[in-house]
Design a protein around this ligand. Structure first.
Ligand code: ADP
Ligand code: MG
Length: 254
């Protein structure tokens, strides 16, 4: 018999709504009037020149940066200064950085267990089972007892992905997850991300890996100077971008 599914009243809303977002550093506008909606299950690739605001945008979605104006709604909850339990929103948003950011003094499996134990309050045995299952999923369970420094960059990044997934996030944000990797390790991380996409995860990925974008993205969003300049499906965007700025950018990266 099928179990009755708890009804989430927000299921019919988009996973993320960004409206008229402005983020300033001093007098500098890092984001100027950014509007973006991410549907449930949607995969977005965010690209654009260095300094265009890609990291700032996803850091605002995760509330690592506070925005100055506009609205951000994640899974039906608006991110404001007044929000009492920002952790409850952040729990739903998994984040993977360029520089892995694993805790060096914890083993691989301990890295994966920490937040479920401390933030979600999972019992030890459950946190361990979940960590091992997700390490198996990213094919690194045989390294569970090692420390981050004993792993290659590609392996560390797969651990970082497994660690984020241990919180059972509703959306995963990736900020140039393969940029710090040697070329031979890029593939294993991208394969993990493709599998995650195929599992139906909602994803926003800052990446210049155009093969990945073509394979996975429902939409490519191109930013320049703190604004979304153009967006479209990958085949159209890569073949025939609308704007001169996107054309110049694409010529530089291929
Ligand atoms: P991208 O990820 O597209 O390379 P960022 O979002 O990192 O761009 O940065 C956008 C702009 O905001 C850049 O000009 C950058 O120098 C500036 N910026 C980012 N973070 C800070 C900060 N903490 N303080 C001051 N300026 C910042
Ligand atoms: Mg960046």
């Amino acid at each position: 018999m099928q179990q009755e599914r708890a009804v989430n009243p927000y299921d019919r809303f988009p996973m993320v709504i960004v409206e008229h977002l402005i983020k300033r550093f001093g007098s500098f506008n890092a984001l100027s009037d950014v509007n973006l909606t991410v549907a449930r299950g949607e995969k977005i690739v965010l690209c654009g020149p260095s300094g265009s605001g890609k990291s700032t945008l996803i850091r605002c979605i995760n509330h690592i940066e506070k925005h100055d104006y506009g609205r951000i709604v994640v899974d039906g909850v608006e991110l404001t200064d007044r929000i009492r339990d920002i952790n409850s929103v952040r729990c739903e948003v998994g984040m993977v950085f360029q520089s892995f950011n694993l805790f060096p003094h914890l083993s691989v499996v301990e890295n994966c267990m920490l937040a479920p134990l401390k933030v979600r309050g999972l019992p030890q045995s459950e946190a361990l089972d979940r960590a091992m299952a997700l390490l198996r999923k990213v094919r690194i369970h045989d390294q569970a007892k090692k420390y981050p420094a004993q792993l290659s960059g590609g392996q560390q990044q797969r651990v970082a992905i497994a660690r984020a997934l241990c919180m059972q996030p509703k959306i995963m944000l990736f900020d140039e997850p393969t940029s710090a990797l040697d070329p031979e390790m890029v593939k294993e991380v991208l394969e993990t991300m493709v599998e995650l996409a195929n599992d139906g995860m909602t994803m926003v990925c800052v990446t210049h890996e155009m093969g990945f974008a073509r394979e996975v993205a429902d939409r490519v969003v191109f930013m320049d100077c703190g604004s979304i300049v153009e967006e479209g499906d990958p085949s159209t965007f890569f073949r025939a971008p609308n704007t001169e700025r996107a054309r110049v950018f694409l010529n530089q990266i291929v």
